[in-house]
Design a protein around this ligand. Structure first.
Ligand code: B1M
Length: 224
């Protein structure tokens, strides 16, 4: 199998939720290699982890999102796609985390309250860690109190907030407001598909990062 064919097959596994070879779902792909086996094969073939991530995994997730918007699939299918993507990401993790050993600083990250999407947040955490930062991952559905406790314990940390739903953007605004009221000097960056720089400026966050790489650039600039 060539590189392109392999990436295409991997994208299909994520799109249709084929986690691994033994997974019974989807029935049409029974007995075939899944995201688990194909990611391993792609790495063995020497395909770059960033290529696997962008050209197969994120590409597939975008298709899943489109189909969900068009009501062609529903939450269970999105969930099984997320499972396939997470399985693939487990293989990519060591590559993204093998950055410099010396820590540049601390980065607290969480998905804001009401929001359970964590694939993008995990990716940012992984890549920031790989870029030499100590990452404190608070998980999903994180309220202002949890962020503030973590900041109290790590006063020099930079804080990242992720939101994937337009309905949780107001929670992000509330959390930023509460953190800034108690810790005005803490640097806060926001990210996630529905937010942008205009929203950042509206809610008083310090930085907006559309992707993990720009989050790393923002963080590194702070310690340069
Ligand atoms: Co949800 N979901 N979902 N979902 N889901 C979206 C976000 C949606 C756009 C789908 C759609 O309609 N097209 C839509 C939101 C619409 C809107 O808000 N206007 C949506 C919806 C509606 C919902 C539910 C409400 C559905 C329902 O129940 N009726 C529900 C809400 C649950 C909740 O959170 N309370 C829901 C549930 C779920 C699942 C649980 C099934 C699953 C999540 C599983 C998981 O995360 N463990 C899921 C999934 C998988 C998606 C889609 C298909 C994929 C999201 C994803 O992982 N993308 C998504 C459609 C889409 O995005 N195309 C969708 C891949 C990921 C790498 O990208 O997260 O954008 P992303 O992260 C990027 C950047 O945004 C950025 O870097 C990442 C890498 O480039 N980034 C940051 C993210 N955070 C950052 C932080 C930073 C910097 C950069 O600094 C701090």
């Amino acid at each position: 199998m060539g590189q392109n064919e392999l990436l295409q097959k991997l994208a299909e596994c994520v799109e249709f939720g084929k986690v691994n070879k033994t997974a019974p779902y989807p029935p049409a792909m029974k007995g075939q290699d899944g995201a688990d086996e194909l990611t391993r094969q792609a790495l063995e073939m020497g395909i770059k982890p960033s290529e696997i991530l962008n050209d197969a995994l994120i590409f597939a997730m975008d298709k899943v999102g489109e189909k969900f918007s068009q009501k062609k699939i529903f939450v269970p299918q999105m969930l099984i796609s997320a499972k396939a993507m997470n399985t693939a990401m487990e293989h990519l993790k060591p590559y993204f985390q093998s950055g410099e050993v010396k820590r540049k600083g601390k980065f607290i990250i969480g998905t804001v309250s009401g929001d359970l999407h964590d694939i993008g947040k995990n990716l940012v955490a992984m890549i920031v860690e790989g870029a030499g930062w100590e990452v404190i991952d608070l998980g999903v559905d994180v309220d202002a109190g949890k962020f503030k406790t973590a900041i109290g314990e790590n006063p020099d940390a930079v804080v990242g907030l992720s939101a994937l739903l337009t309905t949780t953007m107001p929670n992000m605004q509330k959390i930023v407001g509460e953190i800034k009221a108690q810790y005005p000097n803490v640097k806060l960056i926001i990210g996630g598909a529905p937010v942008n720089d205009e929203f950042r400026s509206e809610i008083g966050a310090d930085g907006y990062s559309p992707d993990p790489q720009s989050a790393v650039a923002y963080l590194n600039a702070l310690v340069a």
